[in-house]
Design a protein around this ligand. Structure first.
Ligand code: ATP
Ligand code: MG
Length: 402
């Protein structure tokens, strides 16, 4: 067992010693068998939430209405969920209600794909009721039960299928893929934030071209925000030599570029439609600006370097490399490091200095003079030293009053 499972062993042992069943389930079992790193350990149990809470000193009700209790053990939190079935999905997303049950089989049956419907005991024994092990070995994503019904119950599963294809480099079994194609329009019922998480995982997966090919084959992309008209952009991505993206910022910078969003406003409109954070929007705007400069000139001016900042510059060059016009990162780093200052707070004079020197009175002129000082320093025209900057500011102030 992987170290994360070994660490969780006492938790499962406590539950089973009390007469209940407890298993590792879902993604962590799948990733253990694939030999991939685990990011969370999920436990499923026949004990009801109140029964789980009675067994442990420290628990948190993280999702008690769905049967999930977090057990805190030696500083680690374990999400522990009571076996459950989900009933009557009326809106193509999330069940109307969940029912707690005592049977593992019923719990595994509600899960999306056979490779995600595996359970493992602390002995290492795997419970495999839907031939998930064979699918894992063959690299196949197959819906548990009737694919059509499963996507009707929860349309997000279609997006999940395609992101797993990218993350795991797996094939989507043909009946499952056909059901995605037939039900693609239901994706519009799903909250954008949830679709976005899957889209980002798809783009940053190990085999993104595989996921994109499935998006195209099923037409699912047509029901993603602002993507209905973007078939050509996705085809372009599929035609590029194999590529990978390191993070969501580069994924969105690439999407903005390929969908023709060059102006700040267009970029922000795209990302707002996907409900990303404002922080990400600013990062992608800066990176897109740098990307345009790399495409046109192969380099950035000092001012562009200063405005874009190092992180967004790196993002831009990663995307430029994928698109075939990347530059040496070392040389870009060097040009960036060579800037006389990297933040406007490093400027050797501030508004107070200008006032005390009697160069200006509070008001818009002060901001303009400071901006001129900043530009002069960035462009190497004036050293970032107080005396020289005050001389320069005096010159600017005089020319303004002429
Ligand atoms: P990841 O590695 O991204 O966490 P995961 O498979 O663990 O992948 P989670 O969202 O953490 O995905 O869900 C844990 C498990 O819960 C899944 O493996 C699957 O068994 C089940 N599950 C999650 N979402 C759904 C869904 N929409 N429909 C059915 N089962 C689901
Ligand atoms: Mg998980």
């Amino acid at each position: 067992l992987p170290p994360e499972f070994e660490a969780a062993r006492p938790v499962l042992d406590t539950i089973t010693a009390a007469g209940y069943e407890a298993y590792f389930v879902g993604g962590c079992v799948r990733d253990t068998i694939l030999g991939k790193p685990l990011h969370d350990v999920d436990i499923a149990t026949s004990a009801f939430p109140a029964e789980v809470k009675a067994l442990f000193k420290r628990t948190v009700d993280t999702g008690i209405e769905h049967g999930t209790v977090m057990i805190l053990d030696h500083g680690t939190g374990y999400e522990t969920t009571t076996f459950r079935t989900e009933s009557s999905y009326q809106d193509y997303r999330r069940p109307d209600s969940v029912t707690f049950v005592r049977s593992l089989q019923q719990d595994l049956q509600r899960r999306d794909f056979t490779i995600n419907a595996l359970a493992m005991k602390t002995s290492g024994e795997v419970v495999d009721l839907f031939d998930g092990l064979a699918d894992l070995k063959a690299g196949v994503l197959r819906a548990v039960g009737v694919a059509e019904d499963r996507f009707h119950e929860d349309a997000l599963r279609m997006m999940r299928a395609i992101r797993f294809a990218s993350q795991l480099d797996f094939d989507i079994e043909s009946t499952t893929e056909r059901a995605i194609q037939d039900n693609a329009a239901l994706l519009s019922k799903i909250a954008v934030e949830r679709t976005r998480v899957e889209w980002e995982k798809l783009l940053t997966g190990q085999a993104p071209k595989r996921g994109l090919a499935a998006l195209l084959a099923t037409d699912l992309y047509r029901y993603m925000p602002k993507m209905a008209d973007q078939r050509a952009a996705l085809v372009t991505l599929c035609d590029l030599p194999d590529w990978q993206l390191p993070d969501t910022a580069s994924a969105w910078t690439l999407m903005a570029w390929l969908t023709g969003c060059r102006e700040r406003q267009q970029i922000s409109r795209l990302l707002k439609a996907w409900k990303t954070s404002n922080e990400l929007i600013m990062h992608v705007e800066a990176a897109s600006h740098a990307l345009a400069a790399l495409k046109a000139y192969g380099r950035l001016t000092a001012r562009e370097n200063f405005d874009v900042g190092h992180t967004a510059l790196k993002t831009a060059n990663q995307v430029a490399t994928l698109l075939g016009f990347g530059q040496s990162q070392a040389e870009l780093d060097q040009a960036y490091s060579a800037l006389p200052i990297h933040d406007k707070h490093e400027l050797a004079v501030n508004g107070g200095d200008l006032l005390r020197a009697g160069l200006v009175t509070p008001g818009p002129a002060m901001g303009q003079i400071l901006a001129a000082c900043l530009a002069a320093v960035i462009n190497g025209k004036v050293k970032n030293e107080r005396a020289e900057l005050l001389d320069f500011a005096r010159m600017v102030a005089d020319s303004k009053s002429d």
